[in-house]
Design a protein around this ligand. Structure first.
Ligand SMILES: Cc1ncc(COP(=O)(O)O)c(C=O)c1O
Length: 439
């Protein structure tokens, strides 16, 4: 049972190696070696490269997910108790972390982690702008200032070469985001953090089971945060978690997420419910296999896309042993595509039966940044010079360009078969070879 287009039985069939041939039989046009010279593009009325649907999301079933939820319902204990504790134990074990704390959302995981790390008014936090809004808004929400570090357009991640120049005496932390499940350059980031005595909070909200040198994202810095929102690879609709090895810091996180109980300071309430944990425990049983499939498919797609003019697949940093691929990103370079616009290219790709999106917008230029800096609260907390320093850092030219070039494929597509990846690559090749039809 899951979202439409691809029911669970088809999904299991499509994703089990033994049955690839039955489910993934592709029309001749979709062979890996197909050439498409002089083919009519689907956007111009030609035959689409693909007419079948794609795997739906989320995926659940009766035995695992429904049984776990019913058991919580019938037990009558619905707020945080032993099911949440069981999930925390298993998520920590799976990631080889000492401790895990479950929260209501990825956003509350990040806010709790920032509080546990004692980051607040007067502090600057280095963060990249190519991310979801919460990676930046949480810094403001604890009263600190987000200082933008430009994006490495090759990898879509915070540029490690541009971090040190942004450090000031007020810098307290680096917040690398493993966006799309692509691991950030953590060796370099940790070295810089150690040199300047900074803490590292990983936003691993899209990086479940992604790895550097076999070590899981979310365990590479001081604390790591995850999101289990509906679109996420491990999901219960809404949910979050923090991983960490430092007992004192994790104790502070536990206290903060439960009104401040057991600690010296006040906290909030960010406790996960038993229902959320029950679904996560069921979903977790599929995560490893699904993650491996996305990783295999992602690497294969990169191989297939290399060399198509105007299409630049993302690159991975050295040491990455697995990317989670929440989205598969590439860059569309219009100059190498006879000036065809990205919007026109994406329309053509969708017409060929391949869903895609343009990824994130320029968060560094989002109005909430200036509105927060000029708000009454922030003008009370900071001097004009401090606020101006934050304002001056929003110029991130590499990120601006990336936001205009990115084309992203959803994780759902990467749950398909190798032949499905060929459909994607063949559609892109077909458009590239017939781009004059888009003029
Ligand atoms: C990179 C990133 N950070 C933070 C969050 C916030 O997580 P949540 O939506 O669970 O609060 C998300 C969720 O989309 C995310 O993708």
């Amino acid at each position: 049972m899951n979202a439409p287009l691809f029911n669970r039985r088809q999904f299991v069939a499509a994703t089990s190696v033994g049955s690839l041939a039955t489910v993934a039989a592709s029309p001749p046009a979709a062979r890996a070696t197909a050439r498409h010279t002089a083919a009519k593009l689907a956007i111009q009325g030609g035959t689409p490269m693909r007419t079948r649907g794609w795997p739906g999301w989320p995926i659940w079933d009766q035995e695992a997910d429904e049984a776990q939820v019913l058991s919580v319902l019938r037990g009558g204990v619905w707020s945080r108790s032993r099911v949440v504790a069981d999930f925390e134990k298993k998520w920590a074990e799976l990631n080889q972390a000492k401790r895990c704390l479950a929260t209501t959302h990825g956003t509350t995981a990040l806010i709790t982690a920032l509080n546990a790390l004692d980051i607040g008014v007067g502090d600057e936090v280095l963060v990249g702008p190519y991310t979801f809004v919460a990676s930046i808004s949480v810094i403001f929400l604890v009263g600190a200032l987000p200082i933008m570090v430009d994006t490495d357009p090759e990898t879509f991640l915070i540029n490690p070469e541009k971090i040190e120049e942004k450090i000031t005496p007020q810098t307290k932390a680096i917040l690398p985001v493993h966006i799309y499940g692509l691991p950030a350059a953590m060796d370099r980031i940790n070295t810089i953090a150690q040199k300047h005595n900074l803490v590292v909070l990983e936003d691993a909200c899209q990086a479940w089971l992604a790895e550097r040198n076999g070590q899981k994202c979310g365990t590479l810095g001081d604390l790591g945060c995850f999101s289990f929102q509906n679109s996420k690879h491990l999901t219960c609709g809404e949910g979050g978690a923090i991983l960490g090895d430092d007992e004192a810091v994790m104790d502070r996180a536990v206290s903060y997420h439960n009104f401040g109980h057991g600690g010296p300071y006040l906290g909030s309430k960010c406790r996960m419910t038993e229902f959320q944990a029950a679904i996560l425990l069921a979903q977790m049983q599929r995560l490893e296999e699904q993650t491996e499939r996305r990783w295999e498919n992602g690497r294969y797609l990169t191989q297939r896309l290399q060399g198509i003019p105007g299409i630049v697949p993302h690159t991975l940093y050295e040491g990455v042993t697995r990317a989670a691929y929440h989205l598969y990103p590439l860059r569309f370079v219009a100059e190498e595509f006879d000036g065809v616009s990205r919007a026109r290219f994406m329309s053509a790709l969708r017409a060929e039966g391949i869903p895609c999106s343009g990824g994130y917008g320029q968060l560094n230029k989002a109005p909430f940044i200036e509105n927060t800096l000029s708000s009454r609260n922030f003008r009370r907390m900071y001097s004009l010079r401090q606020l101006d320093h934050c304002r001056e850092q929003i110029e991130c030219p590499d990120n601006d360009r990336l936001c205009s070039e990115a084309v992203c494929l959803s994780q759902r597509l990467l749950l398909g078969t190798r032949e499905d990846m060929d459909d994607i690559a063949n559609a892109i090749e077909k458009i590239a070879e017939n781009r004059e039809q888009l003029a």
